[in-house]
Design a protein around this ligand. Structure first.
Ligand code: ZN
Length: 82
């Protein structure tokens, strides 16, 4: 099965902010609702009038897509004492 993925290459620069930098990746299809943003369920029984109930997706809050915020924090690579 094929899938679409995004790859992040990181490299320090002289301008790397000390508090960290945030890289945002947008446009991921929500895996919970498959991009619909909601779920539809039916409340009726056989022979009775049915009514579709729409429930918003709790993971994407109805957007159908997700965003990944990746935080990169640069610091000295000191040897750790064990
Ligand atoms: Zn969703």
């Amino acid at each position: 099965m094929s899938r679409k993925a995004k790859v992040l290459f990181i490299e320090p620069t002289n301008l790397a902010p000390k508090n960290g930098e945030v890289i945002k990746f947008t446009g991921f299809v929500c895996p919970n609702c498959n991009g619909r943003g909601h779920f539809i369920s039916s409340s009726g029984y056989h022979g009775s009038e049915t009514k579709d109930i729409q429930t918003g997706c709790s993971q994407c809050e109805g957007e159908g897509k997700l965003r990944a915020d990746v935080v990169v924090r640069w610091m000295p690579d000191k040897k750790e004492v064990e």
